[in-house]
Design a protein around this ligand. Sequence first.
Ligand SMILES: NC(=O)c1ccc[n+]([C@@H]2O[C@H](COP(=O)([O-])OP(=O)(O)OC[C@H]3O[C@@H](n4cnc5c(N)ncnc54)[C@H](OP(=O)(O)O)[C@@H]3O)[C@@H](O)[C@H]2O)c1
Length: 263
Amino acid sequence: MRITFIGGGTMGEAMIKCLLAKKVVSPQDIVVSDVNELRRELLAREYKVKTSADSSRAVENADVVVLAIKPRDLAEVMEVIRGSLRQQAILSIVAGASLSTLSDGLTYPYIIRAMPNMPAQIGEGMTVWTTMSEATQEHKKMARSILSAFGKELYFPDEKYIDMATALSGSGPAYVFLFIEVLTDAGVRIGLPYKAAKELTLQTILGSAYMVEKTGKHPAELRNMVTSPGGTTAEALAQFERGGFRSSILEAVIAAYEKAKRL
Ligand SMILES: NC(=O)c1ccc[n+]([C@@H]2O[C@H](COP(=O)([O-])OP(=O)(O)OC[C@H]3O[C@@H](n4cnc5c(N)ncnc54)[C@H](OP(=O)(O)O)[C@@H]3O)[C@@H](O)[C@H]2O)c1
């Protein structure tokens, strides 16, 4: 599979790194087209991939063209590559760019829209994706093998779920970072050294997430298992309820979803 990246910035580089580490493709199968000469030099040196400053030629022999540019640069890129598309799958990770924006801009039907999240940068991402109905099984197979290289992937046949996922897994890392920050601060507030508070926080979050995943139990059941009657956890949970913790998270995700739909 020959992959051309348009944009070799943060996400482009992260994807290349994961694809090579997991041996999905070899360096000679990857071409990166980026306007930034320094980025081209860095990627060629670091990953031994081919680079180009000419996107229209770079996409010609590709099986998959990954659009990894900022939304503001999308219109220009579509204009440049439009005339060079034949059978390639277009795999866009451009936030907010809908299937219709992409297919209209490219006047081309084989479009895949993916929404990775930030931990994809370290191979621990959650990516949701969808396709135009014209995309073939082969296009989907290639997309899945690329997307699964940097974490988990979930296909939705209906694009409407991408806005919902944007509010959950897309923005989600920020919610979790905030929780990590506050929990660590709380540990410091009651007297723990910062380093210890951070380590306790991180392992508690990782361990609890694995616990939900490995046991398959409902989180409420697991929560009840750590809540002894009249104990410390019950005291903390009662305070969470008084502070509107649950409704605050619900309303925040709904607000993010409403915003995603407006963009
Ligand atoms: N970062 C994340 O965690 C994340 C998560 C989910 C989705 N995304 C999406 O992924 C996309 C890429 O994000 P990023 O953080 O990787 O952006 P980035 O670091 O800015 O990388 C984009 C690269 O494309 C280059 N470029 C700009 N215009 C170009 C053109 N016309 N032709 C070829 N290359 C061009 C940029 O060069 P210059 O710097 O010189 O402009 C830059 O090197 C965005 O649409 C974003 O919404 C990112």
